[in-house]
Design a protein around this ligand. Structure first.
Ligand SMILES: NC(=O)c1ccc[n+]([C@@H]2O[C@H](COP(=O)([O-])OP(=O)(O)OC[C@H]3O[C@@H](n4cnc5c(N)ncnc54)[C@H](OP(=O)(O)O)[C@@H]3O)[C@@H](O)[C@H]2O)c1
Length: 285
């Protein structure tokens, strides 16, 4: 899922929202300052049938969503969505990059293939989304990258050299991309352990996403300091979705709390920015 919310930055009482996540939308709606949402103007997803079903479900709650097709693995689809928001809304106020995939533990797909497929969506395609959409985030905007606590667990299982780079404040996007490509190549060659990587493709993909968030936050402070955009990575917790299954501890509504908190940080707030957040608290990285 990917949620894009164009809204009036200083006036959350009247807003247009773009989303494809019922729980996040319900949660936004329940916040007193935004409960008079004017309209929900989009629902981003890959599949028109699922999109239409989500729209109908939200219509029954008094929202007025529209469907906008978006496959983050398809650069043309990403650019078309960007152009749509630029032309229709003049940009975006809130972007929540929530789309993600994970192989099940029991899946027997070779690790190298899992690494390639998982990083393609969770890291490389999400990076493409950021690079296309960040330039059209409006002043006062908020960007939330839905990462995972696994990003931090995988980080701690990396070699000391890799950990030092992933924690550094001078790692560049190019260096990070090179490291993520190296992980995929070494996983495919059966050599990732010798390369200092842990045995979790999902974890490494999310380590990459959290580090990318730190890099993009730094760039925003350097290049657009007056715009006061806040960008963070977060973990929603262990949530009962298709990905995590029915035994997870949080409901989808509970999982939406931290992403929505970061998406609606009040105007003028300077923090958190470039942080990894869970349960609405900044976590050590
Ligand atoms: N559930 C958890 O316990 C948990 C814990 C930590 C982090 N997370 C993170 O939370 C986020 C949401 O996960 P979830 O639990 O809701 O997983 P999910 O039930 O599997 O949903 C994943 C969503 O991502 C969308 N998606 C995947 N690839 C996409 C693509 N190429 N283009 C557009 N959309 C795409 C899917 O869209 P379709 O409907 O089109 O398939 C689906 O809506 C993920 O980033 C996940 O890594 C989840």
């Amino acid at each position: 899922m990917l949620i894009i919310i164009p809204l009036m930055p200083l006036q959350l009482t009247v807003m247009d929202m773009l989303f494809n996540c019922d729980s996040i939308t319900r949660h936004v709606k329940s916040i007193p300052t935004v409960k008079h949402a004017k309209s929900c103007t989009g629902d981003c997803g890959r599949d028109a049938g699922r999109g239409t079903a989500a729209v109908e479900s939200l219509n029954s709650e008094g929202l007025k969503p529209l469907f906008q097709q978006l496959d983050i693995n398809d650069p043309e689809s990403v650019r078309a969505a960007r152009d749509f928001f630029k032309e229709k809304y003049g940009g975006l106020d809130v972007l929540i990059n929530n789309a993600g995939i994970a192989f099940k533990n029991a899946d027997t797909t070779p690790f190298g293939t899992q690494a390639e497929v998982t990083l393609k969506t969770n890291f490389f395609a999400t990076r493409d989304m950021c690079n296309e959409f960040l330039p059209i985030i409006k002043p006062g905007g908020r960007v939330v990258n839905v990462s995972s606590v696994m990003s931090s667990i995988a980080l701690n299982r990396c070699s000391p050299e890799l950990q030092a780079r992933f924690r550094s404040n001078d790692i560049t996007e190019e260096e990070l991309v090179g490291l993520m490509e190296r992980f995929v190549q070494e996983a495919q060659a059966g050599a990732h352990s010798q390369g200092g990587w842990p045995d979790t493709a999902y974890g490494v993909s999310k380590t990459g996403l959290t580090v990318l968030s730190r890099i993009h936050a730094r760039k925003l402070r350097q290049e657009r300091p007056a715009d006061q955009i806040l960008l963070n990575a977060c973990c929603p917790g262990w949530v009962r979705t298709d990905m995590a299954g029915p035994n997870a501890t949080k409901s989808p509504d509970e999982g939406a709390i931290t992403p929505v908190y970061l998406a609606l940080l009040p105007a003028g707030a300077g923090e958190p920015h470039g942080q990894f957040v869970s349960d609405k608290k900044v976590q050590p990285w």
